[in-house]
Design a protein around this ligand. Structure first.
Ligand code: CP
Ligand code: NVA
Length: 297
């Protein structure tokens, strides 16, 4: 694997290898190999981050390398220098590039022009690092996804939902996405996805009924903060105790965080499921170390 640009372009075998390696690196934390010895990895972030930034900085160090955090305000990219020029400059100096930004095409350009491994740390289209951590968490708590129903309640066409839909396509588990009518995945996307194991509904109870995993995310993703109209459509899609009463016995709740209590999830539900949700956050570290090892081979 040369880059990690999306879940879309992965396959079940690669996902399986990454998760197995994440589990191994987690078990061997403090005593595993350090393949990034002598390497410097640039981390370009044009959006805020707590989990992704910290887990990559710690992960790179634990693998023997040095992270270099570059917010858009620190580099000329923020003043309009093209991504193509940034890619060609960084690629001559660093050993790998991690990028969080808006357009997926910027990540693709970076991978084509830099000549070094590139990892997508979130775009408007995908959040592949998060999904790998989420899948690791499902494995840890439920032993895997075979025969399990996974529900996503919220924005039907955010980076998280899109990545979950590609994961379901590759891995074959039942995924039901419940979202407001105006925030469904477009027909063209569903046609491209062509996955009979994925259902879209406007009824959160249908999605939650018998589900083993209930997953949600913010209603307004980064860059959409001023879209208050959008938020108004999501009231019935809150993950709360009433909705969870329909889920399977022993269900888990996932949230990629940050969470807005009282909006997409209640305080009560978040705290009741904090053991899973914060293990999910920790798993970012282990999953990303596996990605770093894979792309730097
Ligand atoms: N889940 C996630 O990517 O969190 P951050 O935005 O804090 O990195
Ligand atoms: N959909 C969210 C994910 C945050 C980790 C966003 O893009 O803001």
């Amino acid at each position: 694997m040369q880059h990690l640009l999306s879940i879309e372009e992965l396959d079940a075998t690669t996902i399986g290898h990454l998760l197995a390696d994440a589990g191994r690196l987690k078990a061997q934390r403090g005593s595993h190999e350090t393949p990034l010895q002598g390497q410097t990895w640039a981390m370009i972030f044009t959006k805020s981050s707590t989990r992704t930034r910290v887990s990559f900085e710690v992960g790179i160090r634990e693998l023997g390398g040095a992270p270099m955090f570059l917010s858009k305000n620190d580099i000329q990219l923020g003043r309009g220098e093209p991504i193509q020029d940034t890619a060609r400059v960084l690629g001559r100096m660093v050993h790998g590039i991690i990028i969080r930004t808006f357009a997926q095409d910027d990540v693709v350009q970076m991978s084509r022009l830099s000549g070094v491994p590139v990892i997508n740390a979130l775009t408007d289209d995908e959040h592949p690092c998060q999904i790998l951590a989420d899948l690791l968490t499902v494995q840890e708590f439920l032993g895997g996804w075979k025969g399990k129903k996974i529900a996503f309640i919220g924005d039907g066409f955010s980076n998280m939902t899109i990545s979950w839909m590609w994961a379901a396509k590759h891995l074959g588990f039942e995924l039901v996405v419940a979202c407001p009518a105006d925030y469904q995945p477009p027909a063209a996307f569903l046609k491209k996805l062509e996955a009979p194991n994925i259902t879209i509904t406007q009824d959160p109870v249908t999605a939650a009924s018998g589900a083993h995993v209930i997953n949600t995310d913010v209603w307004l993703s980064m860059g959409q903060e001023d879209q208050q109209d959008k938020e108004r459509a999501f009231g019935p899609f809150q993950v709360n105790a009433a909705l969870l009463s329909h889920a399977a016995v022993g269900h888990i709740v996932l949230h990629c965080l940050p969470a807005y209590r009282g909006k997409e999830i209640t305080e009560e539900v978040l705290e009741k499921h904090a053991g899973v949700i914060f293990q999910q956050a920790e798993n970012r570290l282990h999953a990303q170390k596996a990605i770093l090892v894979a792309v730097s081979r």
